[in-house]
Design a protein around this ligand. Structure first.
Ligand code: HGY
Ligand code: MN
Ligand code: MN
Length: 411
């Protein structure tokens, strides 16, 4: 066990203590106290490593390692530290501490990069709070519109604009703080695979060639709130059975053969008023549908919306369909993908070219900057759960590959 292993474990275990559900996984909602603590830890570690630390209006953090010629376009690496509800210790964190330790490796080797190397912690990668993910990287790539500040709300009805203002931030500035693609030549994100392909094949490294994109939809169905006992079945306008039909439909459409690569989940269901002896007046559910094939994903969503209309019409219910996010799949940069392959060969690390079923900040950054991802295996393919685990043995391999790749593309 060498110092790098020890530092990786120290970072991961320390960051895991910043959770609002201790003992039940890592829950770290954006702009929560735990999110603030995690970011403050990373800023401290960046400063200890001699990086210049900056923070922007939406909470992205950039640790800058100045290169010999600051005029040259920068190379960025990094990921996120926010976590879903009862998530794991590794999602996002591996890319942040991995970037930190990769920079340390290069510094200890006496490497002097030609251009700046920037370690980024993107704010709000998880959709947990606002229903759509990657807010930090969307802000940096100019993908947040004025109306989004008001339409993206958390479960308390607080809009992104209101939460930013209550954190002393200026929402208008969020709309203007984009990176200049001419000044950033590359982004590379180290991340856990969050699936079981690498583990099943016994391969330590994944090199991502494309990223499936999500569509995040909020469906609200209204009925009539009535007594569960005295209301005859034929007089009910119960939104719950309608929601049940929709939930089954999401599964059926994604196993129907319309697309061979789509997946669909209803992860949230909120019933109002939520009493056992009351016919609900309102049901809200979220639909998350993803695919590497944009046309097929659009077809699935159109099909689903049409069916929701038929279900609600037949049951005489009203409904609202709110698309929070509707991203296009991302293709990774081919030129740097070959550099990563070359480096993996040099290190004698077997690797697999593969798609990512999960989305990442690299999906958003790739709209403006050539982007790539390096995966390390997830034990049993588990992620977004307390059982999420990736051995330090694999994380260190990912860091060494990231370090060698950064060294080559900044030489
Ligand atoms: O949902 C995702 O794919 C990412 O973990 N936010
Ligand atoms: Mn995640
Ligand atoms: Mn992630």
């Amino acid at each position: 066990m060498n110092f790098l292993h020890l530092r990786v474990e120290e970072h991961i275990n320390h960051l895991a203590t910043f959770t609002s559900t201790p003992g039940h996984g890592v829950t770290r909602l954006v702009y929560s106290e735990e999110d603030r603590q995690a970011k403050s830890y990373i800023k401290q570690e960046m400063r200890k490593l001699g990086l210049d630390v900056e923070e922007d209006e939406i909470g992205n953090i950039m640790g800058i390692w100045h290169g010999k010629n600051p005029e040259l376009p920068q190379v960025w690496t990094g990921s996120h530290v926010d976590a879903p509800l009862h998530g794991g210790k590794y999602d996002g964190v591996v890319g942040v501490i991995g970037g930190l330790e990769a920079i340390r490796i290069l510094k200890e080797r006496g490497v002097q990069p030609k251009c700046d190397v920037v370690l980024a912690v993107f704010s709000s990668e998880e959709p947990t709070r606002f229903g759509v993910g990657c807010l930090g990287s969307r802000a940096l790539t100019g993908m947040i519109r004025e109306e989004d500040l008001d339409r993206w709300c958390d479960d308390h009805g607080q809009s992104l604009r209101q939460v930013l203002e209550s954190n002393g931030k200026q929402p208008e500035k969020v709309l203007r703080q984009q990176i200049n693609p001419a000044k950033v030549k590359q982004f590379i994100e180290l991340h856990i695979e969050q699936g079981d392909v690498l583990e099943n094949k016994g391969i330590p490294i994944g090199i991502v060639d494309r990223i499936a994109a999500p569509s995040e939809i909020q469906l609200t169905i209204w009925g009539e709130q009535r007594h569960a006992g005295s209301t005859p079945m034929d007089l009910r306008k119960d939104p719950m059975p309608a929601a049940a039909e929709v939930i089954l439909l999401v599964e059926r459409l994604n196993t129907s053969g319309i697309s061979s690569s789509s997946v669909g989940t209803v992860g949230k269901l909120h019933v109002t008023p939520g009493a056992s002896n009351v016919i609900p007046g309102m049901v809200e559910l979220t639909v998350d549908i993803r695919d590497v094939d944009k046309a097929k994903k659009d077809e699935l969503i159109m099909e689903l919306e049409k069916s929701v209309n038929d279900i609600c019409e037949r049951r005489d219910l009203s409904w609202k369909w709110k698309i929070n996010g509707n991203d296009s799949p991302a293709v990774m940069d081919v030129e740097t993908l070959h550099v990563i392959k070359q480096c993996a060969k040099e290190l004698n690390y077997p690797y697999l070219l593969m798609p990512s079923g999960a989305y990442h900040d690299a999906m958003i950054l790739s709209r403006k900057v050539p982007s790539n991802m390096i995966f390390v295996p997830s034990q049993d393919g588990i992620s977004h759960a307390p059982e999420e685990f990736t051995s330090t043995f694999y994380i260190v391999k990912g860091i060494e590959l990231l370090a060698l790749t950064l060294q080559k593309i900044t030489a």
